[in-house]
Design a protein around this ligand. Sequence first.
Ligand code: GDP
Ligand code: MG
Length: 752
Amino acid sequence: MSQTIALIGNPNCGKTTLFNYITGANQYVGNWPGVTLDKACGYVASHDFKVVDLPGLYSLSPYSPEEIVSRNFLLGGKYDVLVNIMDATHLERTLSLTCELMIFNRPMVLAVNMMDLAHKQQIELDLQALEQRLGIKTVAISAATGEGIPELLDAIKTVAEGAAAAQTVAAHETAGQGAAAAHEEAAAKEQYFDAMLRCYDEKLAAAISRVMSALKSHATTSGNIAADQGNLAFVALSLLQQDKAYLASYHQDEQVMTAVTREVAALESHYQTDVEGLIAQERYAFIDNLVRQVVVKRQGKYHSLSERIDNIATNRWLGIPLFVAIVYLTYYLAVSTIGTMGTDYANDVLFGEYATNAAAALLTSIDAPQWLSGLVIDGIIGGVGAVLGFVPQMIVLFIILSLLEQSGYMTRVAFILDRLFRHFGLSGRSIIPMVVATGCGVPAVMATNAIDNINEKRITIITTTMMPCSAKLPILAMIAAAFFPESTLVAPGIYFLAIFSIAFSAYILKKDSAFKEEVSPFVLEMPNYTIPKLRNVVRSTYERCRAFVIKAGTVIFTTVVAIWFLSNFNFSAEGFGMVEVNDSMLAAIGSALAFLFIPLGFASWQASVAIITGLLAKENVVGTLAVLLGLGEVAEDDASLGAALHGEFTTSSAALAFLAFNLFSTPCIAALGAMKRQLNNKRMFAFAVFYLIAFAYSLSLIIYELGGFITGEVAFGPGTVVALVLVAIALYLVLRPERKQRTNLSIPVKQI
Ligand code: GDP
Ligand code: MG
């Protein structure tokens, strides 16, 4: 009869790679955790194995549906050998799961994978010591190269046969000695369980054993234990750790409960800590000690320097202030100083004088009609030029961002923010998409594949585009320059407002049943700090700017031409032809929508049109305003966009509200498409759109009314009251109790 082999391990440890190698099955192997969602099965003909590839998990306290699938499978016990795939390059992290798996007391083999990588990284492992300390057969493999896999299969076979033989002996003895003796006999074979107990201090191990005996002897009286018989140690540990689900199912078992209460009290008074913490603590002490023995040499070149930097960069107290300072400096350089010099030059000189003069000269020389020069100078050069003018700021921003990324600092940001975001229902895993979103929302939304907790993933998809992407930077820079020329705080302030908005949204969404679930523990590799390679920085900056320029030449170009046309033509008494801008088709369309934005402080049709074109691509906001206001304000002395904006937004709080609405409402069409694909659920997508619009509208209203009231630009009125009500609603959403979970995951879920 064929034996069932279960492959289990952390996400990304190479289970699927191994599975494919030994079964020849054709299955997708991805780079992100959580690719293996379904239970994949296969056969190894040479050894007569049936193989199950389980979803990865970090611990037996499950957080995600995928982890619950794996744990249920383990609890079900329908397998012959457990093959624990370990990552040789991260032995310490992997061992935590191994220690937990021993609790099932089932035949087990350790497959230490990624040996090729370990060699490259000069990590030397004493696997014999590992095998001896744990008492589990250990084989070194590399699933990617196939190294060690025949040995692994043979080892599995040996272990499986050994276990089968032991069972036969037990069965024979049962026939002769009766059921009770067989029970004893089986218990004596608790090889792995003994090894598991070795992870803990004597006192704790004894307590676990006593609870197990209580469970065993009273098993028959209550009946609910029959299913748990194979998992006695697991149940005992769960009870000692006050796992609610197990406490509930055993609360009528007086003897068991008495034993548990007694042991918990004794342990807590002896160790002066709660049992859950105690177990974790002991396990880590054991692993730490084991790793010291097994990992012979592990010294990267920059190791100690990186560690020294991290003492500051990821320090509990210094980490966040340092991050804030870096963000401030980034925007200071990009938006307020160096970048602005370039942008001013591009706007005033390059496009404002050279391009315009050259085009005007050319148009005059060919005797172009008035509409053509209007289209070229006001439409194309004015509109596309205004967008392209921001390229210098973008270059500076992208250079700094790629320096931060390539040096390894961004990984630390994920780590620092993980501690913070955990309170809001997001983990550091959501930070990676957020970092990507500072470039573009589309890859950011796609990057949420890395998040294996479905609810965290959904929330990240909905909120991540709130980050100011490169296309939003021009809007930000435009408003900051026109209304807050003296302040260097506006641009970084908006960045933090985006982080705040994401945290706020995650927190209130998490409270809703559709999103609520525990956040998975975030395990992150910290690469050593490296000096960024100039070529990589240049290339990544070039790629990002190139995409921006291409868009300016295509989408933005088309839009500004359309905007120019719609704002210059209409049907009039003399038929279809050129008209005053305020009589144009676009003015009519914009005016019909303008009332929507009255509460936000900017009721002009131009602003409404800019918001609408911004949905196509956010760069359009600046391009559209440049075309529309350029036309309207030509009479003024200073015909620059900044001056024109002051006519448009009478107060700086209205300008900020306009900025906030553009930044935080729905992203551009491309990003919306990505969101729809990733959410893969029509109702959820409709909700996302609704939420983003409602959030941005409320935030903008609050900024306009309360901000304006504080600065004295806006008088107290009904709008102020509405803003206060909105603030109250926001507070309510934050403080309201959590709704009950809709999906009842019948497996106990607890936090580490
Ligand atoms: P799973 O999440 O455990 O199923 O992991 P996968 O099988 O999807 O592997 C995760 C990544 O590790 C993939 O990119 C694999 O190509 C890579 N990988 C797996 N095994 C090895 C190995 O032995 N050596 C190296 N260098 N890479 C490996
Ligand atoms: Mg997999």
